[in-house]
Design a protein around this ligand. Sequence first.
Ligand code: ATP
Ligand code: MG
Length: 553
Amino acid sequence: MVERFLTQTSFASQEDFKHNFHIRVPENFNYGYDIVDAWAEEEPTRRALCWTNDHGEHIDFTFAQIKERTDRTASYFQSLGIGRGDKVMLILKRRYEFWFSIIALHKLGAVAIPATHLLTKKDIVYRANAADIKAVICAGEPEILRHVTDALPDSPTLQTLVSVGPEMAPGFDDFQQGIEHAVPFVRPAFVNTNDDTSLMYFTSGTSGEPKMVIHDFLYPLGHITTASFWHNLHPDSLHLTIADTGWGKAVWGKLYGQWIAGATVFVYDHEKFAPADILRMIHDYRITSLCAPPTIFRFLIREDLTRYDLSSLQYCTIAGEALNPAVYDTFLRLTGIRLMEGYGQTETTLTICTFPWTTPKPGSMGLANPQYDIDLLRPDGTPAEDGEQGQIVIRTDKRRPIGLFQEYYRDPERTREAWHDGVYYTGDIAWRDEDGYFWYVGRADDVIKSSGYRIGPFEVESALMTHPAVVECAITGVPDEIRGQVVKATIVLSREYRDRAGDELIHEIQDHVKRVTAPYKYPRIVEFVDALPKTISGKIRRVEIREKDGGRG
Ligand code: ATP
Ligand code: MG
């Protein structure tokens, strides 16, 4: 399918990619018809989804089956009055009904708003009102049903509630019954233009309240690079991205680009997550490609990998947070696999990436994706030189690239703040070396200013991670009268070092950092904790540590 959208589909080098990567944009592109149904017609028996759960159930869906189910779902949704432009929230965890529903909504030209199951009444009310949500399709679990039911009286636009089961509650329509009795689906006469909104995702909320990001119907095409040239997928691949469907990362790794590439998406629908489960899945299902955030790899390398047959695994990718070189090195030693890092946001597709034709530099995010016009800007707006820190920006003066969001929904002020004068500001600081590789420094908000130095948390965290006592850590600034800010390390100790938490270990760790990196960066304050504050999706929230220490949020 990739060849339908690209003028050239394989590349030998970054130069080749830069000059010859070109997306052909069809008119009124619709992922449901132009990808899912197209596969169903061309290769109906090709496996699209390999789904399993922690009760040992396993179902494979071919593209023909996905077409059939998504048509039924679309027809059922029509019978509920859902149509073009309607906003529908999906709280479906990793149920396969997520895939049926999001594609069905695309086929109707409606707007899908995937959300995490950890939302409570107040979060649902907020989202329902902020986005005029018309319907909620959710997993039938008592907690979720209760929160949605409780949200209803305060959510005036909410008209329809659907549960996919197994539990039902008063006021909820039964999804399974609905699709069973659905009349044959008739494609609406007109579904969408390329500029219509198809998807709304909330950002992870790492730096503050999650923001509502909206994407157009072309957004899936932006993910051709994500799947074909970062995950390195081909039609025989079985790919697992670790992400809940409530986060943007889910469509990065569990849907759009993967199916354009013709790969099979692997889904493990689980309640509680243990790193060893992933290893068991790779072993049992012969997964070929894995994408996960660094936090997962930090825990994976502490498992006994020799207990699993991981020989099927060919390719591993990471994004979402910076990858510490120590984790890269250990994973390579244990598995022979080089972790290929990528960088992007809910607002974008993959923007910086270690492509298959490049050699990874451990600790670097990789090279600019030529699909975007990427630059690094100094605070005064002029371009940073090689080796100099700047904010990662995307220039949009010539065009809005495929994959870049439309706006923060109904928040023109915030949109203008991040995106003005033809430049979208990511809020992330990095520097570029002479080979064009980008090196992450930190979020602009997380960079520490101490005695005239600007200290990026990532570099100090990476230095700390090379000490065997440190499993995870966060570097933050603490207000200080003399220095402005001083560097603080909040550390989770490994099991073997927990008894040694105390001044002696603090000095040992401080000396270690002074040796590994420039001494002025060492943490003057060290705190040991059992766990770091994280977002629901598992990202470290440095902002919370800062606030606790009396600093700016
Ligand atoms: P919020 O915007 O609500 O604070 P968030 O920025 O974490 O949350 P996402 O859109 O899920 O929400 O994450 C994008 C951010 O994740 C990037 O802006 C960057 O800070 C971080 N990130 C992603 N990939 C990498 C990477 N490879 N290295 C370092 N940071 C990364
Ligand atoms: Mg963000």
